[in-house]
Write a protein of this length. Structure first.
Length: 241
Protein backbone atom coordinates (compact mmCIF):
# COMPACT_ATOMS: atom_id res chain seq x y z
CA UNK A 1 0.00 0.00 0.00
CA UNK A 2 1.57 3.29 -1.12
CA UNK A 3 1.79 6.44 0.97
CA UNK A 4 -0.52 8.14 -1.55
CA UNK A 5 -3.16 5.47 -1.04
CA UNK A 6 -2.75 5.76 2.75
CA UNK A 7 -3.14 9.54 2.61
CA UNK A 8 -6.28 9.33 0.48
CA UNK A 9 -7.93 6.74 2.74
CA UNK A 10 -7.02 8.84 5.78
CA UNK A 11 -8.64 11.89 4.16
CA UNK A 12 -11.81 9.93 3.39
CA UNK A 13 -11.98 8.42 6.88
CA UNK A 14 -11.50 11.77 8.61
CA UNK A 15 -13.86 13.72 6.34
CA UNK A 16 -16.93 13.10 8.56
CA UNK A 17 -14.90 14.23 11.59
CA UNK A 18 -14.01 17.47 9.82
CA UNK A 19 -17.65 18.12 8.97
CA UNK A 20 -18.63 17.51 12.60
CA UNK A 21 -16.40 20.42 13.59
CA UNK A 22 -18.62 22.82 11.63
CA UNK A 23 -21.01 23.08 14.55
CA UNK A 24 -18.84 21.84 17.41
CA UNK A 25 -19.41 23.97 20.49
CA UNK A 26 -18.40 21.73 23.39
CA UNK A 27 -14.82 21.84 24.75
CA UNK A 28 -12.44 19.02 23.77
CA UNK A 29 -10.85 18.83 27.25
CA UNK A 30 -12.23 18.45 30.76
CA UNK A 31 -12.54 20.56 32.81
CA UNK A 32 -13.16 23.39 30.30
CA UNK A 33 -10.46 26.06 30.02
CA UNK A 34 -12.56 28.66 31.88
CA UNK A 35 -12.89 26.45 34.95
CA UNK A 36 -15.33 23.84 36.12
CA UNK A 37 -17.39 26.44 38.02
CA UNK A 38 -18.57 27.77 34.65
CA UNK A 39 -19.84 24.48 33.23
CA UNK A 40 -23.41 24.44 32.04
CA UNK A 41 -26.25 23.05 34.06
CA UNK A 42 -28.62 20.61 32.36
CA UNK A 43 -31.15 23.41 31.90
CA UNK A 44 -28.60 25.75 30.34
CA UNK A 45 -27.36 22.96 28.09
CA UNK A 46 -30.89 22.32 26.79
CA UNK A 47 -31.32 26.04 26.15
CA UNK A 48 -28.07 26.19 24.21
CA UNK A 49 -29.09 23.23 22.04
CA UNK A 50 -32.44 24.91 21.35
CA UNK A 51 -30.70 28.11 20.33
CA UNK A 52 -28.31 26.18 18.07
CA UNK A 53 -31.25 24.41 16.39
CA UNK A 54 -32.96 27.76 15.78
CA UNK A 55 -29.73 29.17 14.38
CA UNK A 56 -29.43 26.25 11.94
CA UNK A 57 -33.04 26.70 10.86
CA UNK A 58 -32.42 30.38 10.15
CA UNK A 59 -29.55 29.44 7.84
CA UNK A 60 -31.70 27.37 5.50
CA UNK A 61 -32.36 28.64 2.00
CA UNK A 62 -36.10 29.06 2.67
CA UNK A 63 -35.74 31.08 5.88
CA UNK A 64 -36.70 34.74 5.54
CA UNK A 65 -34.47 37.67 6.46
CA UNK A 66 -30.75 37.84 7.10
CA UNK A 67 -29.03 34.48 7.57
CA UNK A 68 -26.12 34.32 10.04
CA UNK A 69 -22.79 32.78 9.05
CA UNK A 70 -22.08 29.13 9.92
CA UNK A 71 -20.79 28.53 13.42
CA UNK A 72 -17.26 27.60 12.31
CA UNK A 73 -16.43 29.76 9.29
CA UNK A 74 -12.76 28.73 9.34
CA UNK A 75 -13.67 25.03 9.19
CA UNK A 76 -16.17 25.72 6.40
CA UNK A 77 -13.46 27.51 4.40
CA UNK A 78 -11.12 24.54 4.92
CA UNK A 79 -13.76 22.01 3.83
CA UNK A 80 -14.58 24.08 0.74
CA UNK A 81 -10.92 24.47 -0.27
CA UNK A 82 -10.05 20.81 0.28
CA UNK A 83 -13.17 19.60 -1.49
CA UNK A 84 -12.48 21.86 -4.47
CA UNK A 85 -8.96 20.41 -4.77
CA UNK A 86 -10.15 16.79 -4.51
CA UNK A 87 -13.05 17.19 -6.94
CA UNK A 88 -10.92 19.03 -9.49
CA UNK A 89 -8.28 16.29 -9.26
CA UNK A 90 -10.84 13.49 -9.65
CA UNK A 91 -12.41 15.29 -12.63
CA UNK A 92 -9.02 15.70 -14.28
CA UNK A 93 -7.93 12.09 -13.72
CA UNK A 94 -11.31 10.66 -14.76
CA UNK A 95 -11.31 12.67 -17.99
CA UNK A 96 -8.05 10.91 -18.92
CA UNK A 97 -8.41 7.35 -17.63
CA UNK A 98 -12.15 6.62 -17.48
CA UNK A 99 -13.61 4.94 -20.55
CA UNK A 100 -16.77 6.60 -21.90
CA UNK A 101 -19.90 4.62 -21.12
CA UNK A 102 -21.02 2.17 -23.78
CA UNK A 103 -23.93 3.41 -25.88
CA UNK A 104 -25.73 1.90 -28.82
CA UNK A 105 -28.11 3.22 -31.45
CA UNK A 106 -29.54 -0.21 -32.25
CA UNK A 107 -33.31 -0.44 -32.17
CA UNK A 108 -35.26 -3.63 -31.71
CA UNK A 109 -36.55 -5.01 -34.98
CA UNK A 110 -39.28 -6.90 -33.14
CA UNK A 111 -40.43 -7.58 -29.54
CA UNK A 112 -38.35 -10.78 -29.48
CA UNK A 113 -35.11 -9.12 -30.74
CA UNK A 114 -32.87 -10.57 -28.04
CA UNK A 115 -29.64 -9.11 -29.44
CA UNK A 116 -30.90 -5.51 -29.40
CA UNK A 117 -32.34 -5.99 -25.91
CA UNK A 118 -29.04 -7.39 -24.62
CA UNK A 119 -27.10 -4.48 -26.10
CA UNK A 120 -29.45 -1.97 -24.48
CA UNK A 121 -29.10 -3.67 -21.09
CA UNK A 122 -25.31 -3.77 -21.46
CA UNK A 123 -25.23 -0.04 -22.15
CA UNK A 124 -27.46 0.73 -19.15
CA UNK A 125 -25.31 -1.39 -16.84
CA UNK A 126 -22.14 0.29 -18.06
CA UNK A 127 -23.58 3.78 -17.59
CA UNK A 128 -24.74 3.00 -14.04
CA UNK A 129 -21.50 1.30 -12.95
CA UNK A 130 -20.91 2.47 -9.35
CA UNK A 131 -17.16 2.47 -9.92
CA UNK A 132 -17.43 5.35 -12.38
CA UNK A 133 -16.58 8.91 -11.38
CA UNK A 134 -19.58 11.21 -11.91
CA UNK A 135 -18.89 14.66 -13.32
CA UNK A 136 -22.44 15.91 -12.79
CA UNK A 137 -23.57 17.33 -9.45
CA UNK A 138 -24.97 14.42 -7.45
CA UNK A 139 -25.30 13.83 -3.68
CA UNK A 140 -22.26 11.55 -3.81
CA UNK A 141 -19.96 14.18 -5.34
CA UNK A 142 -18.03 15.01 -2.18
CA UNK A 143 -14.45 15.29 -1.03
CA UNK A 144 -14.74 11.96 0.76
CA UNK A 145 -16.01 10.18 -2.35
CA UNK A 146 -13.30 11.76 -4.50
CA UNK A 147 -10.58 10.61 -2.10
CA UNK A 148 -11.87 7.02 -2.11
CA UNK A 149 -12.21 6.97 -5.90
CA UNK A 150 -8.66 8.27 -6.33
CA UNK A 151 -7.39 5.70 -3.83
CA UNK A 152 -9.01 2.94 -5.90
CA UNK A 153 -7.23 4.25 -9.00
CA UNK A 154 -3.89 4.31 -7.19
CA UNK A 155 -4.54 0.74 -6.02
CA UNK A 156 -5.35 -0.40 -9.57
CA UNK A 157 -8.86 -1.72 -8.88
CA UNK A 158 -10.73 -3.18 -11.83
CA UNK A 159 -13.20 -1.08 -13.74
CA UNK A 160 -13.68 0.97 -16.91
CA UNK A 161 -10.32 2.70 -16.46
CA UNK A 162 -6.90 2.81 -18.04
CA UNK A 163 -3.91 2.42 -15.68
CA UNK A 164 -2.51 5.64 -14.26
CA UNK A 165 0.65 7.04 -15.78
CA UNK A 166 3.66 7.86 -13.60
CA UNK A 167 2.88 11.55 -14.04
CA UNK A 168 -0.72 11.07 -12.88
CA UNK A 169 0.43 9.08 -9.85
CA UNK A 170 2.82 11.89 -8.96
CA UNK A 171 0.06 14.48 -9.42
CA UNK A 172 -2.32 12.59 -7.14
CA UNK A 173 0.45 12.06 -4.60
CA UNK A 174 1.28 15.76 -4.35
CA UNK A 175 -2.32 16.85 -3.87
CA UNK A 176 -3.12 14.02 -1.45
CA UNK A 177 -0.14 15.02 0.72
CA UNK A 178 -1.21 18.67 0.71
CA UNK A 179 -4.86 17.91 1.47
CA UNK A 180 -3.96 15.53 4.32
CA UNK A 181 -1.62 18.10 5.88
CA UNK A 182 -4.28 20.84 5.82
CA UNK A 183 -7.00 18.47 7.04
CA UNK A 184 -4.88 17.28 9.98
CA UNK A 185 -4.06 20.87 10.88
CA UNK A 186 -7.78 21.66 11.02
CA UNK A 187 -8.56 18.56 13.10
CA UNK A 188 -5.67 18.96 15.54
CA UNK A 189 -5.64 16.08 18.04
CA UNK A 190 -8.83 14.67 16.53
CA UNK A 191 -6.92 13.50 13.42
CA UNK A 192 -6.90 9.81 14.30
CA UNK A 193 -7.02 6.78 12.07
CA UNK A 194 -9.81 4.58 13.40
CA UNK A 195 -10.24 2.57 10.20
CA UNK A 196 -10.77 -1.18 10.67
CA UNK A 197 -11.52 -3.94 8.13
CA UNK A 198 -14.90 -5.68 8.36
CA UNK A 199 -13.92 -8.84 6.50
CA UNK A 200 -16.74 -8.32 3.99
CA UNK A 201 -16.55 -7.42 0.30
CA UNK A 202 -18.64 -4.99 -1.76
CA UNK A 203 -20.21 -6.12 -5.05
CA UNK A 204 -17.62 -3.95 -6.85
CA UNK A 205 -14.81 -6.09 -5.41
CA UNK A 206 -13.61 -3.57 -2.84
CA UNK A 207 -13.46 -4.21 0.89
CA UNK A 208 -15.84 -2.75 3.47
CA UNK A 209 -14.13 -0.93 6.33
CA UNK A 210 -15.53 0.76 9.44
CA UNK A 211 -14.24 4.09 10.69
CA UNK A 212 -14.67 4.83 14.38
CA UNK A 213 -12.83 8.14 14.58
CA UNK A 214 -16.07 10.13 14.27
CA UNK A 215 -18.90 10.26 16.79
CA UNK A 216 -21.02 8.29 14.31
CA UNK A 217 -19.20 5.32 12.80
CA UNK A 218 -18.95 5.10 9.00
CA UNK A 219 -18.85 1.98 6.84
CA UNK A 220 -17.24 2.57 3.46
CA UNK A 221 -15.98 0.63 0.45
CA UNK A 222 -12.34 0.96 -0.56
CA UNK A 223 -13.32 0.28 -4.17
CA UNK A 224 -16.33 2.25 -5.40
CA UNK A 225 -16.29 4.67 -2.45
CA UNK A 226 -19.88 4.12 -1.32
CA UNK A 227 -20.33 4.84 2.38
CA UNK A 228 -23.04 4.77 5.05
CA UNK A 229 -23.12 6.27 8.52
CA UNK A 230 -24.29 4.23 11.48
CA UNK A 231 -27.30 6.52 11.81
CA UNK A 232 -28.31 5.93 8.19
CA UNK A 233 -28.02 2.16 8.60
CA UNK A 234 -30.12 2.19 11.77
CA UNK A 235 -32.72 4.41 10.09
CA UNK A 236 -32.91 1.91 7.24
CA UNK A 237 -33.36 -1.00 9.61
CA UNK A 238 -36.04 0.70 11.69
CA UNK A 239 -37.78 1.93 8.55
CA UNK A 240 -37.92 -1.59 7.12
CA UNK A 241 -39.30 -3.03 10.35
Amino acid sequence: MTSTHTNLIHIADQWPVLRELLEARTPTTWPPAMGIQHTLTDEQDEQQHAEAALERAERTAVAPGERPAPLRVGILDTITALEDDLLALADDIASSVQRPAFTTQFRSAAPDDDVARSLALMGLKDQQDARRWRFNMTPGRTGERAARWLAARIDGHDGPFRPLSDQQRAQIGLIATSVRRRLDQALGDRATDGRQPTGRQCTCGGAFEVTTGAEDFVISCTGCGESWTGTALLDGLTGAA
